[in-house]
Write a protein that binds this ligand. Sequence first.
Ligand code: NCD
Length: 263
Amino acid sequence: MKHLISISDANIPHLISSAHCIENTFINYKFNKILTNLFYEPSTRTSSSFASAMYKLGGKVISINDVNYSSVAKGENLEDTIRTMGTFCDAIVLRSRTAGEAARAAFVSEVPVINAGDGNGEHPTQTLADLYTIHKEFGRLDNLTVTFVGDIENGRTVHSLDKALPDCEKNFIDTFDKSIWPASDVYYLTRVQKERGSEGSYRMRKEHIQHIPENAIVMHPFPRNEEIPTWFDNDPRARYFQQMRNGLIMRMAVLADIFSNEK
Ligand code: NCD
């Protein structure tokens, strides 16, 4: 059984080529499978794109998007909830509040567990969407300069993307650093994770933007707060809305991979 807990579990070249194939050819998938979306933290993009991906693959979704309306509110532990849902479905997408909980879930699960963000740990499917976005732009995932701006310590999307790009030059600029950002191919901005105790705020300003090269791209996993002003959305370097679309395709690739390889 294949779990996806860390980005290190993913076969990145295989998933990128599968995503290209899904995006550019018509394949009529008919997976007669059921996915559970089990979310202990809020989500718009991750939960909805997993649901959409599953429907596009011909499957069905059980959505527990607010565990406060499940037996979790009666004190049920993670392991019992995972074992229970595993008897009703073929894979579980889990968003949890604490790093390490996705691995704990996988340990007891009868069905594949996909980590949809575990506290300040990792967020592998967001990273796959990010990698697909970068690969589409530059045709490679090495020899690029990537500047991470924002919540470096508590941003799980930063942790997974950093791990996935061992052959890139990386800069890390945290919220309190007001310096001008270095010239890069990719700028990866993140929200300050206030719910995890992070503090501060920052905003991409005109003086930052004028130093961003013309052929660079600006990414953000979203939701955004004040980091990127909305007037930048029409700038040709903005890629965050394409990133969401790529997230849907990539999640189709991940689910198709899991269900095709099931024993
Ligand atoms: C991110 C997350 O949940 O880690 N959102 C997402 O899944 N696209 C980023 C965030 O919440 O700041």
